[in-house]
Design a protein around this ligand. Structure first.
Ligand code: AMP
Ligand code: MG
Length: 503
């Protein structure tokens, strides 16, 4: 076997720097976790461990489990809960803040990237507002799996290093048990981190926070006073591209409040999220979202709404007219990003003017037929032109028929496939190359709710192996290997799983 090229790092070797803590207690509350006693390690993500240069073996040590449980801290850690506010369901909710998440500190890896380590579910803080500071096993498994699944799909997201659980009772709609997910992100600063100071009229704090974020994460914005406008533009563009990613993957966040919107354009705070199954553009994945504010097809518009909320918060450090000009670039950036992703999903290497229409018409056919979102896109790679499948092409004909059935077996579906084949005829790429490229962007599996639910039920019964196996598969979503393909299962018939905010 290959020998590791650099010496292995142990937990105790981690060096913490705590830049956010350096901003002062106006931005957070100093708070040590009140952790979970005698917690078990449910699962770890070796790929996330690599982000902080740790071999996965370090994560199974007793010392690590205690850190992940919030019952021990390492030398150099400076734990805190961050302050933020936010617009929840379109309404200013005032002060929120990390009510159950506690950041431990920041590690700079050998590539020079900073990673903040945060425990979600580590007990009450000054921002808990009478809630218990806990997270339940069910929602913690959901966040753990989704974080790592989204990353494997190439979608910017916070990461999950590990999760622990114990038998402590947590009172929600029913009695559940407690867990903690160890999250990693370069920063957990949110749109709401800025909004809270705007609401209080503390504009100097907005500048301090903006300088912190720009210096560390947006150095390309320069040093002058116009750095704030450039920063806002970069955030708007990252947000637009993130929305293009979500719409392309069929991901539904469910609670797009501004306190859940990352200033780095990461998918943040996984609650009642879902991946689209039977395609329904207006699908609402969060059953407490009665108005459908955060329905799938509303997401791009809400991303824009949130950018406006951020613009308002920055109105004292950037000219309002400039903010307005910048926010108007959101739609074109999103359109372009979405079209790029659509071309890749359709296997189109050349750009043609009608490609956008072709993608939209496919989605319309899928919506009419309630096609399985993930499976239908995956099937496109098997489509061949007449020239590529000479003669009657038995296999190609069978693939065409499968896609036709997935599109409801309608005349519209057949007409779309004809158009698609004609479009493919104008592609220069060999079919095999095209198919391989498509199968690297259209996943074989996504985290369907029922798959998460199966793993959750097993963990609730004391068997964490299913969570670990599912994680391993979700890290390779484009693979056809049997241990991945086993999760290529649409939800069984029957009432859908109801996912609420209570977590
Ligand atoms: P979320 O819906 O998880 O994004 O949380 C919204 C706000 O409520 C954030 O300020 C959370 O920290 C806080 N919060 C949610 N659940 C709890 C809890 N169990 N204990 C304390 N604070 C919570
Ligand atoms: Mg949140």
């Amino acid at each position: 076997m290959a020998i590791a090229s650099s010496p292995e790092i142990a937990l105790e070797d981690l060096i913490f720097s705590n830049a956010f803590a350096g901003l002062g207690e106006r931005f957070y509350e100093t708070r040590t976790p009140s952790g979970l006693e005698d917690a078990r390690l449910v699962a770890v993500s070796p790929d996330a461990a690599a982000l902080i240069d740790l071999p996965a073996s370090e994560l199974t040590r007793e010392e690590f489990i205690r850190i992940a449980s919030g019952t021990a801290i390492l030398r150099g850690m400076q734990p805190f809960a961050a302050l933020y506010g936010g617009h929840q369901f379109g309404v200013w909710a005032g002060q929120l803040g990390d009510g159950r998440a506690i950041a431990l500190g920041e590690i700079t890896n050998k590539r020079g990237e900073p990673w903040e380590i945060q425990l979600k579910g580590a007990g009450q803080t000054a921002y808990s507002r009478h809630a218990d500071g806990r997270a339940v096993l069910r929602s913690t498994i959901r966040e753990f799996l989704a974080s790592e699944a989204m990353d494997a799909l190439g979608i910017p997201t916070t990461r999950a290093l590990a999760m622990v659980a114990n038998d402590e009772a947590v009172y929600r709609e029913s009695i559940e048990t407690a867990a903690i997910v160890v999250r990693l992100a370069p920063s957990f600063v949110r749109f709401g981190s800025f909004e809270i100071f705007a609401a209080r009229g503390e504009h100097d704090a907005i500048r301090i926070l903006a300088d912190y974020v720009i210096d560390r994460f947006y150095p390309e914005c320069g040093a002058g006073d116009d750095r704030y406008a450039r920063f806002f533009e970069a955030v708007v563009h990252r947000t637009a591209r993130l929305m293009a990613d979500w719409q392309s993957a069929g991901f539904m966040h469910g609670v797009m409040n501004t306190d859940n919107f990352s200033i780095l354009g990461l998918t943040l705070d996984y609650g009642p999220y879902g991946f689209m199954e039977a395609y329904e553009p207006g699908h609402i994945c969060n059953h407490t979202d009665h108005s459908g504010r955060y329905a799938f097809d509303q997401q791009p518009g809400i991303g824009l709404w949130n950018c406006y909320a951020l613009a308002n918060a920055l109105a004292n450090i950037v000219e309002p007219a400039q903010l307005e000009t910048i926010v108007k670039t959101y739609v074109p950036v999103l359109r372009e990003a979405f079209l790029t992703r659509t071309r890749a999903k359709l296997g189109l290497a050349n750009a043609e003017a009608e490609d956008d229409r072709l993608g939209q018409d496919l989605r319309a056919a899928m919506a009419a037929a309630k096609s399985d979102f993930t499976r239908t896109f995956r099937m496109l790679a098997d489509i061949r032109t007449a020239a590529e499948a000479p003669g009657d092409g038995g296999l190609a004909a069978a693939h065409r028929e499968s896609l036709h059935l997935a599109l409801g077996g309608t005349a519209d579906g057949a007409a779309w496939i004809d158009r698609y084949q004609q479009r493919l005829e104008r592609e220069a790429r060999p079919a095999a190359e095209r198919a391989a490229a498509m199968s690297a962007v259209n996943p074989r599996i996504v985290l369907r709710n029922h798959l998460a639910q199966e793993a959750i039920a097993a963990s609730q019964a004391g068997d964490d192996e299913p969570v670990r196996r599912l994680l391993a598969a979700l890290r390779r979503p484009y693979s056809d290997d049997p241990d991945v393909a086993v999760y290529d299962r649409p939800a069984p018939a029957g009432p859908p799983i109801v996912v609420s905010c209570s977590s």
